[in-house]
Design a protein around this ligand. Structure first.
Ligand code: ATP
Ligand code: MN
Length: 464
């Protein structure tokens, strides 16, 4: 007899069928005659109720069925008498696969998120993290489906890179050098010619530059891979290792890019609503009562589109009207998350796409506007999160791009291959980066980005 997943039993099995189920015991309760086991196998947030007639089983076996233990149960599916489930299993055979003693840290419910981070190796067994990681899988699947259906190619960009010019964040160095014996040249600089790659290398902060090489050949590509930033920012929205999705499309201008970003997020959120209903209902009940309403709102309403300059005016007016921000607001400032959230949550009450930022606070590759001051950047700002997407139309003019590279003193030796895209058949193109865990924060209603990735890496923490 082969095992049936609990999600299948709960959604389509008929009373009367014989089933074999395997899973982990959440609770066992009951009387001297009959026990009820709540069994979970990870396929659903809902448990399967196993009814055990004590008289038919060895008392030692029953005693070993503790919270956390792993068991296999054969039995008959019957309509449930109790409230809370349509069917339950009347056990005929129980096998203990793995005992679990009372040092198991997840004995009772209601642990804090901080505590659960300390037992991140076990937290996928909780209802909350089971729900989050099932949604995480579903979102990854939806992302590939969205792009595949629209003719994009999944393009794998390198994780180890020798260019540090993207400027998106501090990088982690990759080396096989003996750190106890570092040789320096006469200027005190470390010599890398004898290092593994013969030059200084790091973990990537973005696949975009290589993504542009793909887009200007294949037309439309996306990346979806690990990304690393050694920024020492201990916020609920930053990880040192996160996953980023970066579509890049030849011939798209900034408006096409905004349309793509909006369609893309709406598709993913709708996918969650359509395919993760049980998990979302659980999170809506336990974590965030407005979650499902917020998800529906995003799928049903058009995002506001607004130039940065107009955004600054709104923030300045708010300050004049007495609103207090921690960080100052002026034309040219980089918006802090409090500013972004004010625009989204209090002013427009809707996701906002802010465009045309001052060139000084954006990357060198963004297309320069005719005003000489702004670039064709776009950030998508979301309730509870702030920036969820950052993107732009790219500068396609070789001369303008080279001038900007020189102004910013970016070493040319690192950039020749990137500039070749502008030298050989350049074209308008655009793209953006979505932080996968920022999307998950939004879709799950979780408060901290450490709680939407199985094993978070943050300053001072790389356990498990
Ligand atoms: P922020 O201003 O929030 O630090 P950023 O402007 O540095 O972000 P980009 O370089 O534009 O971010 O990266 C694109 C996207 O990647 C961001 O919109 C965000 O969703 C995500 N992202 C950036 N940094 C992180 C991080 N440290 N952890 C998780 N996601 C991140
Ligand atoms: Mn950004």
């Amino acid at each position: 007899m082969s095992r049936t997943r609990i999600s299948e039993i709960l959604s389509k099995a008929q009373a009367g069928e014989d089933v074999l189920v395997k899973g982990w015991v959440r609770t066992r309760r009951g009387s001297k005659q009959v026990n009820f086991i709540a069994l979970n196998d990870g396929s659903s947030v809902n448990n399967l109720q196993i009814v055990v007639d004590i008289n038919n089983f060895d008392p030692e076996l029953i005693k070993s069925i503790t919270t956390g233990a792993c068991i296999a149960v054969k039995g008959k599916l019957v309509a449930s008498q109790g409230a809370g489930q349509a069917v339950e299993v009347q056990a005929t055979e129980i096998e203990l696969l793995g005992a679990c003693d009372d040092t198991y840290p997840l004995q009772k419910k209601g642990h804090t998120m901080e505590f659960l981070r300390d037992v991140a190796h076990l937290r996928p067994r909780t209802n909350t993290f089971g729900a989050v990681f099932r949604i995480r899988h579903n979102m990854a699947f939806a992302i590939h489906k969205f792009f595949h259906e629209r003719g994009f190619y999944y393009f794998h960009t390198p994780i180890i890179t020798a260019s540090d010019c993207e400027g998106a964040g501090q990088m982690f160095q990759v080396t096989t050098k003996n750190l106890y014996k570092i040789e320096k040249d006469e200027n005190g600089a470390i010599k890398y010619d004898d290092d593994f790659f013969g030059k200084q290398t790091s973990l990537t902060v973005s696949g975009q530059l290589e993504g542009e090489l793909g887009a200007t050949a294949l037309g439309a590509i996306y990346t979806f891979g690990p990304t690393f930033r050694a920024e020492n920012s201990n916020t609920p929205r930053h990880l040192a290792e996160f996953w980023m999705i970066e579509p890049e499309v030849a011939f798209n201008d900034i408006t096409d890019n905004m349309d793509l970003a909006e369609d893309f997020i709406k598709y993913c959120v709708k996918w969650a609503l359509d395919n993760c209903a049980d998990d979302l209902a659980f999170l809506n009940k336990m974590i965030d009562n407005e979650l499902i309403d917020r998800l529906k709102f995003v799928t049903e309403n058009k995002f506001i589109r607004l130039p940065y300059t107009e955004g600054i005016k709104i923030l300045e007016k708010a300050i004049a009207d007495g609103h207090k921000f921690e960080f100052p607001v002026f034309w040219g400032c980089d918006l802090a998350s409090e500013h972004e959230r004010f625009l989204v949550e209090q002013h427009f009450k809707c996701p906002v796409i802010l465009t045309d930022y001052p060139k000084e606070i954006k990357a060198f590759y963004m297309k320069q506007n005719d005003d000489g001051k702004t670039v064709r950047a776009m950030d998508v700002l979301f309730p509870k999160i702030g920036e969820i997407i950052g993107g732009s139309e790219r500068e396609e003019s070789y001369d303008k791009l080279l001038k900007r590279i020189q102004e910013l003193n970016i070493p040319m030796k690192d950039m020749w291959w990137y500039l070749d895209t502008r030298k050989f058949g350049t074209c308008p193109h655009s793209g953006f980066g979505l932080g996968f865990e920022r999307l998950l924060l939004f879709v799950t209603g979780m408060q901290n980005i450490r709680d939407v990735i199985p094993f978070p890496r943050t300053p001072g923490r790389a356990d498990f």
